[in-house]
Design a protein around this ligand. Structure first.
Ligand SMILES: [Zn+2]
Ligand SMILES: [Zn+2]
Length: 294
């Protein structure tokens, strides 16, 4: 079976190119995210993070109680690389028209004048520092969602590397049959079928990928086939949207077996907004917090 997951900047470019020809309506958005995702991938090669150490005693206790390996506030981020990426991302966003560009300019000015401390921004995002975050947004006349997007996008490479380092602890444990991320406890943002039809879930925060049951709602753990359904669009057979009648949540699924093009999961999430619209029209809610994805 072909492995068509995009892992490098070149693969991302291929993935974007294929999506642009399939869905030209998303061209501007894809051009924008291509730059963001490539900047993030490039940033990964400069990141230096000491792996978080967890003793096996603690791990076995956590596993017994179905606790994730860490809390979100335990993530380690490379603040130097994240700051460089933040500036790069602001410069990309600045080229867009509208409110996002104004916000990006305000963030850049805040950093240049020392009025915004990027490290505080990074840590406030996962230390429950919502009030600091809101104050910064208000004080600098920055849209809160734009600030959240820019901040999260800047630390995402650190989060994914940290999660990759932590994932080695999971190999020692048995199957994780919970709907939340075994690394950080966040909810999944995307689901995927691979190989022989195995299902995986991707964490909506750290993007860790873990195996999941096929027939399963990760948001309420419903396993009853009578209240689990899905829909797909005839001309886009590589996607389906899984719906749960119990909790009325949905998750989008990419079936990598049904396409040869490169799949970059965060890109698939964004280039399928028409599926979100349809799911919402049917009365379902996105199971993941959408604040950080913009
Ligand atoms: Zn996670
Ligand atoms: Zn459910």
């Amino acid at each position: 079976m072909t492995v068509n997951i995009a892992l490098t900047s070149e693969h991302i470019k291929e993935a974007v190119k294929a999506l642009k020809s399939l869905r030209p309506v998303y061209k501007d958005m894809l051009d924008f995210y291509e730059q963001i995702f490539i900047a993030q991938e490039d940033s990964k090669s400069h990141i230096q993070i000491e792996p978080i150490q967890i003793s096996y005693d603690i791990i076995s206790v956590k596993a017994k109680d179905n606790f994730p390996l860490i809390n979100i506030s335990d993530f380690v981020i490379d603040t130097k690389a994240s700051k460089n990426l933040l500036i790069q991302i602001c410069n990309i966003v600045k080229e867009m028209k509208g409110d996002m560009a104004v916000s990006a300019q305000a963030v850049l000015e805040g950093i240049e004048t020392g009025k915004i401390d990027p490290d505080s921004l990074f840590y406030s995002l996962f230390e429950g520092g919502a009030s600091f975050f809101e104050k910064t947004a208000t004080r600098h006349k920055i849209d809160k969602n734009a600030l959240a997007f820019i901040t999260y996008s800047s630390i995402k490479p650190s989060l994914t590397i940290c999660a990759e380092q932590l994932a080695r602890y999971l190999d020692k444990l048995g199957e994780w049959d919970k709907g939340y991320c075994p690394v950080c406890g966040s909810l999944p943002g995307l689901s995927m079928f691979k190989g022989e039809g195995e299902r995986f879930l991707f964490c909506g925060f750290c993007w860790h990928k873990w195996p999941s049951k096929r027939l399963y709602c990760p948001f309420c753990e419903n396993k009853d086939s009578k209240s689990l359904q899905y829909f797909f669009i005839e001309e886009e057979k590589e996607y389906r949207v899984d719906l749960c009648d119990e909790c009325k949540k949905y998750i989008k699924t990419v079936d990598t077996r049904k396409t040869d093009r490169y799949i970059y999961p965060p890109l698939e999430l964004l280039s399928t907004l028409h599926l979100d619209i349809k799911a919402r029209e049917m009365g379902f809610e996105d199971g993941m917090q959408v604040l950080l994805q913009v």
